[in-house]
Every structure is written in structure tokens, then in C-alpha cells.
Design a protein around this ligand. Structure first.
Ligand SMILES: Nc1ncnc2c1ncn2[C@@H]1O[C@H](COP(=O)(O)OP(=O)(O)OP(=O)(O)O)[C@@H](O)[C@H]1O
Ligand SMILES: [Mg+2]
Length: 283
């Protein structure tokens, strides 16, 4: 069994204005896992990520990072291990130019200038922003800013990455590439990842463990296959199935026999082709 990196056990958390944001949240993230938090707007995803990064403190319960109460750790001990990419890039970016912003983290971690520039170049390459290195941050589009935020974290080389909607605002190809990059970091560099996302169509392609939040509560946890089982269950938590699964569900209602609901195009193609040839054989 791999080590538990983050153990969340929050009975309740309310913001200072009294808004209840988290209730009965229990989950564990082990070394090398890739988790997704799904849920409607306001369901508590961002709040939960902030708790995992030690940014909110006044909850009943505990968050353990490598077995230690995160509230008792010095911020430097947290930031050495855990990096959080904010939902809104404007909350994260502050330097004048792209390369200066990405350099800030590794420079602050004490790396020499040669190592800092090596890291900046590599991180900008990974998010395909090399050509924009010298540009003014304020002149970038939303999706470009988002990539720069992620480059800033990649340059620091965290063991655990918390990402708040990393694909929001990216174009369709950029969205796929971002998830492929996160998957590569997870699989090749053993980076542990927790991301909040609304990208239900992409989750089954990339993520092993899914947690569904509704009104601040953890409704269920499991693999995409276990959780994405029917449109009604998804609608009850204000989510939807991946479109391809919705199509297969409707085909199932029309009589197509599929023993399990396919969640990706490849799976659907294989299953529909098999079901069609069975049908032909019986004619
Ligand atoms: N600073 C704050 N003060 C008061 N209430 C807040 C604050 N931030 C968030 N909330 C409330 O806490 C609840 C959870 O919000 P949160 O931002 O965690 O949701 P979310 O799942 O990330 O939503 P979204 O998909 O829109 O990003 C909501 O009811 C929200 O209005
Ligand atoms: Mg959010």
C-alpha cells in the first residue's frame, strides 16, 4: 500500500459570514494517485482544495499532510510539498512578465539563477507558452494566463498538486493537452494530483478516483465507472453523464444491450460494434 499523503476529515466548515461550505468530508489521497472533485457551482470544491492546502483553518475536524496536522505546519513546510493552482488566474499572477512570474516560485525556494532559468524554460515548454515568455501578463488571454499559473507550479516541482479547474477557459485542444500533461506528471513523475473540474467528458479518460460533492457534502467516491451510472443519479447532484455515456444510455433504453455503460468514445465504439454484430448474428 502506498502512503497516505492527505487525509481529510472535516465535520463542518462555515465561512465567517455563516455560509456553511463543507459538511462531513472524509477522503484520503495516497502517493501517486490522480483524484477529481466534481460538483455543481457552490458545492464546495474550491473550499475543500483550500483546506487541503492549509488556507482555511476554522473547521471542525482535521486535515493531515503526511500524517501531520496541516494547521500545525509552518507554511514553508506545506508549500515545499503542496502547490495549489487557483481557479482564477488573476488571483495567482502578479509579476510583470510571463517568465518573471514563473521564475518567482523556484527563486523563492532558493535555487540559483541557472537552475531557475532552466526550470522556467522547461515549465513554459510544457504548457506551450515559450513564445510568450517576455510578454506582459496583463496582455494575455484568460486561457494563456491559466497556462502560466500552471507553469509557475511546474517550475517549483511539487510532489502534490491541487488544481482548481485547470482546464476552465482553455480551448478544446488545450483542454485535452492540459489533462494529458497532468497525466504525464502523475504517471512519469509520480506527482500526486487532486483537481476540481467540470470537465465530465474528460474525467473518465484521465482520472482514477472521483469524488462528487453536493451542497458541501461528499455524496460518493469511486472510479468514474462506479459513479457515472445513470442520468438520474447525476441530475440529482446537478451533474450530467459524459455525452457519450448519455447517448449509450438512450440507445440502451431503445433496446441496445450494453452490459456496462461506456464512458469514452473508444469504449462506446467497441461495445456498440460488438452489440451490432451480435444483433446481426441473431437475424
Ligand atoms: N469567501 C467566502 N465567503 C463566504 N462564502 C463563501 C466564500 N467562498 C465561497 N463561499 C461559499 O461557499 C460555498 C462553496 O463555495 P466553493 O467556492 O467552494 O464552491 P465550488 O464548488 O468551488 O463552486 P464553483 O464550481 O462555482 O467554483 C458556496 O456556497 C459559496 O457561496
Ligand atoms: Mg470553485
Amino acid at each position: 500500500m502506498t502512503a497516505v499523503r492527505l487525509a481529510v476529515d472535516i465535520a463542518s466548515f462555515a465561512y465567517p459570514d455563516g455560509t456553511a461550505a463543507l459538511t462531513d468530508i472524509r477522503l484520503e489521497v495516497r502517493q501517486g494517485e490522480f483524484h477529481a472533485l466534481l460538483g455543481a457551482n457552490g458545492s464546495g470544491k474550491t473550499t475543500l482544495l483550500k483546506a487541503m492546502d492549509g488556507l482555511i483553518r476554522d473547521y471542525r475536524g482535521s486535515v493531515l499532510l503526511d500524517g501531520q496536522n496541516i494547521l500545525k505546519l509552518h507554511p514553508k513546510e506545506i508549500y515545499r510539498k503542496v502547490g495549489l493552482v487557483f481557479q482564477n488566474p488573476d488571483d495567482q499572477l502578479f509579476a510583470h512578465s510571463v517568465s518573471e512570474d514563473v521564475a518567482f516560485g523556484p527563486r523563492n525556494m532558493g535555487f540559483g539563477e541557472d537552475e531557475v532559468s532552466r526550470r522556467v524554460i522547461a515549465a513554459l515548454e510544457q504548457v506551450e507558452m515559450t513564445a510568450d515568455a517576455a510578454r506582459n501578463i496583463h496582455h494575455l488571454s484568460y486561457g494563456q494566463k491559466k497556462r502560466v499559473c500552471i507553469a509557475g507550479l511546474l517550475a517549483m516541482g511539487h510532489e502534490i498538486l491541487l488544481l482548481d479547474e485547470p482546464t476552465a477557459g482553455l480551448d478544446p485542444v488545450g483542454e485535452l493537452r492540459m489533462l494529458a500533461l497532468l497525466q504525464k506528471l502523475n504517471r512519469s513523475n509520480n506527482v500526486t494530483i487532486v483537481m476540481a473540474t467540470h470537465a465530465v467528458d474528460l474525467v473518465p479518460l484521465f482520472v482514477e478516483q472521483v469524488h462528487i460533492l453536493a451542497k458541501g457534502r461528499l455524496v460518493c467516491s469511486g472510479s468514474a465507472t462506479e459513479l457515472f451510472s445513470s442520468p438520474e443519479e447525476m441530475a440529482a447532484v446537478k451533474l450530467r453523464l459524459p455525452y457519450v455515456a448519455e447517448l449509450c444510455w438512450q440507445l440502451g433504453a431503445d433496446g441496445l444491450q450494453l452490459e456496462r455503460l461506456p464512458l469514452t468514445i473508444d469504449e462506446a465504439k467497441t461495445k456498440i460494434t460488438a452489440a451490432k454484430s451480435l444483433l446481426k448474428g441473431s437475424l
